[in-house]
Design a protein around this ligand. Structure first.
Ligand code: T3D
Length: 267
């Protein structure tokens, strides 16, 4: 195991190919301040390295992430900037892009309440587990903002425009169970099984064919803006690349030899 004391506001460690990233401002429900944003971006940059084959993101304490740290939005704060477009350009949009464009699986374990950009952060991940006690809140409406960090895209794509609109305008909390029923997340677990369940899957995926996982992720993200015809072409191009990979050879060989494949994750 390799620990990285990069910042006390997030904890990271790498074990068995899984980079664990834990948001660590529990007293403020892991709301995102500037230094935490910087640390998170560094962690997702670190995740690009080939020794990382999956990422597991979670939060410390009773919350997952309450979105933007609102104390930084007070005119009394030393770094106060009324232009929110600046924060979004500097922190939120790059973070969401780093996660969605990372060519390897990112698993999120939502351990408690997710609000505002905390919901977007979870939904940017590839597979989302949530503890039964967790809830998802589009808190933006309560403070006169619009859903950001991808929420106006993730919500209608995942649960349809009717539910997306109502959640965005009312900020009604969605329970973990309802989030699963609606297709907002992958799976609810009992609170005390959340980390173990997410961790087991992360280890399994870290032993998988990382290169084709990266292509799969890219293809699924592309699907929402493409026609079926274009998507068929994209699948052809990506499958060609996957077909030349060492992991494909290994996968077929292992199948024929009736053994577990030993994927290296490489192209
Ligand atoms: O550039 C930009 O800023 C634009 C980007 C915006 C992105 C966004 O995310 S905007 C949305 C920001 N988030 C919110 O509006 C959510 C605010 N929080 C809440 O509504 C509630 O805390 C929750 C519904 C999430 C949880 O409620 P509850 O009752 O379980 O906990 P609590 O008592 O409200 O919070 C516990 C502590 O965390 C409390 O501190 P204290 O009193 O014990 O010292 C509270 O102030 C702190 N906390 C919670 N959320 C935030 C926060 N501190 C700073 N910022 C927060 N977002």
């Amino acid at each position: 195991m390799c620990s990285q004391p990069a910042s006390s506001e997030i904890n990271t460690h790498l074990a068995e190919g899984v980079l664990h990233i834990t948001l660590n401002r529990p007293d403020a429900l892991n709301s995102l301040n500037a230094s935490m944003h910087q640390a998170l971006q560094r962690a997702f940059d670190r995740a690009q390295n080939t020794d990382v084959r999956a990422v597991l993101l979670t939060g410390n304490g009773r919350g997952f992430c309450a979105g933007q740290d609102l104390s930084e939005q007070s005119p009394e704060h030393k770094d106060y900037d009324p232009d929110l477009g600046q924060t979004i350009e500097k922190y939120y949009n790059p973070l969401i892009r780093k996660i969605t464009q990372l060519p390897k699986p990112v698993i999120c374990a939502v351990n408690g309440v997710a609000a505002g950009a905390g919901v977007s952060l979870a939904l940017a991940c590839d597979i989302v587990f949530a503890a039964r006690s967790a809830k998802f809140i589009q808190a933006f409406a309560k403070i006169g903002l619009i859903p950001d960090s991808g929420s106006t895209w993730f919500l209608p794509h995942l649960i349809g425009p009717a539910r997306a609109m109502a959640l965005a305008l009312t900020a009604e909390p969605v329970s973990a169970e309802k989030a699963q029923q609606w297709g907002l997340i992958w799976q609810v677990t009992e609170d005390d099984q959340l980390l173990e369940t997410a961790h087991q899957l992360a280890i399994e995926l870290a032993q998988g064919p990382t290169f084709s996982f990266g292509l799969t992720k890219q293809a699924i993200h592309a699907a929402s803006t493409q026609s079926l015809n274009d998507q068929l072409e994209l699948e052809k191009a990506f499958q060609r690349r996957a077909g030349f990979s060492r992991d494909f050879q290994e996968g077929v060989q292992a199948f024929l030899e009736k053994r577990k494949p030993n994927f290296t994750g490489s192209e």
